[in-house]
Design a protein around this ligand. Structure first.
Ligand code: FEO
Ligand code: CA
Ligand code: CA
Ligand code: CA
Length: 631
């Protein structure tokens, strides 16, 4: 029996309930560790020392107003049900969940919130990562639709849950990717209905399995005995893009869609490591497609948790799961071309105590050449950080992991990372690379289990290195510089760009680093991207209670940081109960596209249409009133 819930609690909360992690470890040891770190990390001491290692004063001195590169007036934290941008800037809606992509589509219905048929022809829900592509003068926006909010999409139902097969299929169609041509009319960007580029990719789109895991026994199912063609992609979180013009979409919490009709079924340890259990998270997909029933199809979950490559300019193309990039809860994929031409992809596994990865291609990128194997043939590495501000990438090979093949490493990547002693991280979210130098930034969003519980594989999560606080509810941004500026090098040096916190509540390390103050404080950095001028945009997915530990932070928001000075200013505040996620620019850089995800996830928002309307995830554009570029 499926055990459904209507509570729109977070993925993590749901995972915790259904897959409780191992019990707390030695309390005495953890407390001692926290206390010693607190002494070592007193505000301004260790963070200052950290900055010195990197040869920058970023966290030791606050820049003067005159020297600031952040040319806007900081937005004050608020809990309004709208988007707030600085004076001199404006925002507009580009698209909303349920907007028609074709003339034949059915307009969004406020009462029913749509059907399976209408959703298949409309913009998906919960937009997340996105990227803009060009085909001549045409502008195409590819955006992820991470998941659906059960209480919203099924808000017409008493139970706030899917109540029949059409409801379930509506949910499936709300997931995936939306590709749409967009046009600017008088400075306002809108979807071009009926454009030949428009496409929906959902939980039912056929997707080739490419790379080392293609055809492996662990990927074979009754419906696909060769293990080469998966059905669908879902929980598409962050994104990436390649220099050959394709879109990368990243499968994150793929586990929450599987369940078992046999309550006594015992999922394997391999499934448990990925959080796959006998209960789904309220989506009910196994009620309409047996492949989601793990007691009958135990290998089906092995076909998800990958990075999928899509050609956004060819709506007939079959997307490819690039298994060489590993299987885990992929956040985003930051791709850089190393000086020697090899492709390097930085990736995080967003789960408490999981790891950070790097992929290095065997071959080299050739502009206009055949780059089709670059994401299939290469080596996956996992990050090991040391307390001395250094770190190294450890290769995941049959030799280093003791696993049988690259295929197995590509499917059971978390286990491979554990085998080589990777560093357990505070939930790696987006990774972004500085446009002007070899310096990479990762948002570690938060980790309440730091120093308290091991990860699902039993790896300890000691306080230390880039994860400096026990019970970390605020998060931090870590950055590193590869040895000799070479993205393929084994070693790197790291430091902390910002440690989020609340200096009005805490005087210790939970008050944050020196570049956090009462006016710009935030929690849970998540989305991140550099603009073309080398400023770092930080998007948050945190607590919006605006009280206690989070007092004064208001709704989720977007900030801008200067990597050279450490200065951070709040640029935008989102509406109630939203997360701000997904960021990209128009080709002329005059419009910044940002995602407002799950406004009203707990029931208290009518954004963006107001009145009594259903809250809807949106992509908005932000422009300067003077027509200047947005970075
Ligand atoms: Fe979908 Fe880790 O955020
Ligand atoms: Ca995220
Ligand atoms: Ca998040
Ligand atoms: Ca999210």
């Amino acid at each position: 029996m499926l055990n459904l819930t209507s509570d729109d609690i977070s993925f993590d909360e749901f995972d915790d309930i259904n897959n409780p992690q191992n019990e707390a470890t030695d309390f005495e040891r953890v407390t001692a560790s926290v206390m010693s770190r607190r002494g070592f990390l007193g505000r301004g001491i260790a963070f200052g020392a950290t900055a010195l290692v990197m040869g920058t004063t970023s966290l030791t001195a606050r820049p003067t107003q005159a020297a600031s590169r952040l040319g806007f007036e900081q937005v004050v934290a608020n809990s309004l049900d709208t988007v707030t941008v600085p004076n001199g800037y404006s925002w507009q809606v580009v698209s909303m969940w349920g907007d028609p992509l074709w003339s034949k589509s059915i307009a969004f219905d406020q009462a029913t919130r749509g059907t399976a048929a209408s959703q298949e022809l409309a913009v998906g829900d919960n937009n997340d990562g996105m990227a803009v592509f060009q085909d001549g003068t045409k502008v195409i926006l590819a955006s992820n639709n991470e998941y659906v909010n059960r209480s919203i999409i099924y808000g017409n139902r008493e139970t706030k849950l899917p109540e029949n097969a059409d409801d379930v299929r509506k949910g499936m169609a709300g997931h995936g990717i939306t590709i749409a041509e967009i046009v600017s009319e008088g400075g306002t960007w809108k979807i071009a209905k009926d454009s030949p580029y428009n496409r929906r990719i959902t939980a039912n789109t056929s997707i080739d399995i490419a790379g080392p895991a293609r055809g492996h026994d662990l990927l074979k199912t009754a419906a696909d005995p060769k293990g080469v063609l998966a059905q669908g992609t879902w929980n598409n979180c962050g994104n990436g893009r390649t220099p050959w013009g394709t879109y990368l979409t990243c499968e994150e919490n793929f586990n929450g869609y599987f369940s078992s009709s046999d309550e006594s079924y015992k999922p394997s340890a391999a499934l448990k490591r990925y959080g796959v259990g006998n209960k789904d998270w309220g989506y009910g997909w196994a009620t309409v497609e047996e492949r989601f029933d793990i007691s009958k199809n135990p290998t089906e979950p092995n076909r998800f948790g990958y990075i999928v490559e899509i050609d956004p300019l060819d709506p007939k193309s079959t997307p490819k799961k690039r298994t060489a990039l590993g299987r885990f809860k992929h956040e985003n994929a930051e791709l850089v071309v190393a000086d020697n031409g090899q492709i390097v992809v930085y990736m995080g596994d967003d789960e408490r105590g999981e790891f950070m990865y790097r992929y290095v291609s065997n071959g080299k990128f050739v502009e206009g050449g055949d780059n089709s194997k670059l994401l299939d043939e290469g080596t996956l590495y996992v990050a090991k950080f040391s307390n001395d501000m250094k770190g190294e990438w450890r290769a995941l090979t049959p030799d280093t992991t003791g696993m049988k093949s690259l295929a197995e490493i590509s499917i059971l990547t978390r286990q491979a990372g554990s085998a080589v002693g990777a560093t357990t991280m505070d939930r790696p979210e987006w990774i972004t690379s500085h446009p002007g130098k070899a310096e990479i930034y990762v948002a570690l969003t938060n980790n309440k289990n730091r120093g308290k519980k091991p990860n699902n594989g039993g790896d300890e999560t000691p306080v230390g290195g880039p994860n400096p606080r026990a019970g970390n509810n605020y998060g931090q941004v870590v950055r590193w510089r590869p040895e000799n500026g070479d993205h393929t090098a084994k070693g790197f040096e790291w430091d902390l760009f910002v440690v989020a916190g609340n200096p009005t509540v805490h005087k210790d390390a939970y008050g944050g680093s020196k570049n956090v103050n009462a006016d710009n404080m935030f929690n849970s950095p998540d989305g991140m991207a550099f603009d073309s001028t080398g400023l770092l945009w930080i998007l948050t997915d945190g607590k919006y209670s605006n009280k206690d530990d989070f007092a004064g932070m208001g709704n989720n928001q977007m900030l801008v940081g200067d990597p050279d000075t450490g200065e951070i200013r709040r640029f935008m505040v989102g509406p109630k109960e939203c997360e701000v996620t997904g960021i990209t620019w128009s080709p002329d850089r005059k419009a910044l596209f940002v995602g407002i995800q799950h406004p009203g996830e707990k029931g208290d928002s009518h954004y963006p249409q107001g009145g009594k309307t259903v809250p809807r995830s949106t992509i908005i554009s932000i422009t300067r009133d003077d027509g200047g570029i947005m970075g």
